[in-house]
Design a protein around this ligand. Structure first.
Ligand code: MG
Length: 267
């Protein structure tokens, strides 16, 4: 019985690999298929309101929070505790500067505000579902590659009804070059026939290009974590990538440039 099962799995893998060999599109989730940054903006606003009632400068609080949160994301990666805890850490930092004792009630309230970003509501961008369905109809192997807390992202994916729209869904700790290389290896993808689509210039575009995958940037508001320094900007310009105005524009970007995946096309 186990042998039979493993044989089936082997066949299944071959089918998956066979499809993957054709042409694949890898999608980012947050702010590419579903708006996400606005939830963080709302949390920031609520944090600033609360801290300003306690006499702290809201602008300074926001700046400190960004610094603390990005430093923690770079050091420890993404987890569901990171963002709400960064709010608490920011408050503690501000208190320490003024030699004040942090109030546990305020800390609890800040954690709650930060935690709300994981509660949605989740909706797809207009045309996102249609775009995925059309690509599928055209024989593309579709991968969803998202970085973040596994439980939070899985809940979001379920509530958006994305499981049936993708061949493969991968939730990773960080979308670095290793993650793309691993994806290529696991599913036997051909990098030249694979395109990453996302809003993050660093995680989605630069890292995919470094892994030899094509990339389409769909601009959307994002956070400072995705900022490139001058050298990285230059590297990305040299590597080249495509742009689509929004998610539905991805179809045009793929068709227009089909068969020219080796060339460096920018619009
Ligand atoms: Mg994103």
């Amino acid at each position: 019985m186990p042998e039979r099962n493993s044989g089936d799995m082997g066949e299944l893998k071959d089918v998956v690999r066979g499809r993957a060999q054709k042409k694949a599109v890898v999608f980012d989730l947050d702010d590419t298929l579903t708006p996400n940054t606005y939830l963080y903006d709302n949390a920031y606003r609520e944090m600033q309101e609360l801290l300003s009632t306690l006499g702290f400068d809201p602008k300074y609080a926001k700046q400190k929070m960004t610094e603390i949160d990005i430093a923690r994301a770079k050091a420890n990666g993404f987890s569901a505790e990171r963002f709400p805890t960064s709010m608490v850490e920011t408050y503690r930092f501000l208190c320490e500067e003024r030699k004040l004792e942090p109030d546990p009630k305020v800390e609890a309230e800040l954690f709650k505000i930060g935690n709300r970003v994981f509660e949605g509501p989740w909706v797809l961008y207009p045309g996102a579902k249609r775009t995925l369905e059309e690509l599928r109809r055209n024989g593309f192997f579709l991968v969803l590659l998202t970085a973040g807390d596994k439980e939070v992202q899985a809940r979001k994916i379920d509530s958006l009804g994305l499981r049936r729209l993708f061949d493969v869904i991968e939730i990773v700790g960080m979308k670095n070059v290793e993650a793309y290389t691993e994806l290529i290896k696991t599913y036997g993808l051909d990098p030249e026939k694979t395109t990453m689509v996302g809003n993050g210039l660093k995680s989605d575009i630069l890292h995919a290009r470094r892994a030899g995958i094509n990339a389409i940037h769909v601009p959307a508001e994002t956070w400072a974590f995705e900022s490139l320094d001058e050298q990285q900007m230059k590297e990305l310009r040299d590597l080249g990538y495509k742009r689509a105005e929004n998610i539905t524009g991805v179809i045009g970007a793929l068709e227009v440039n089909s068969g020219a995946s080796k060339s460096k096309i920018r619009s």
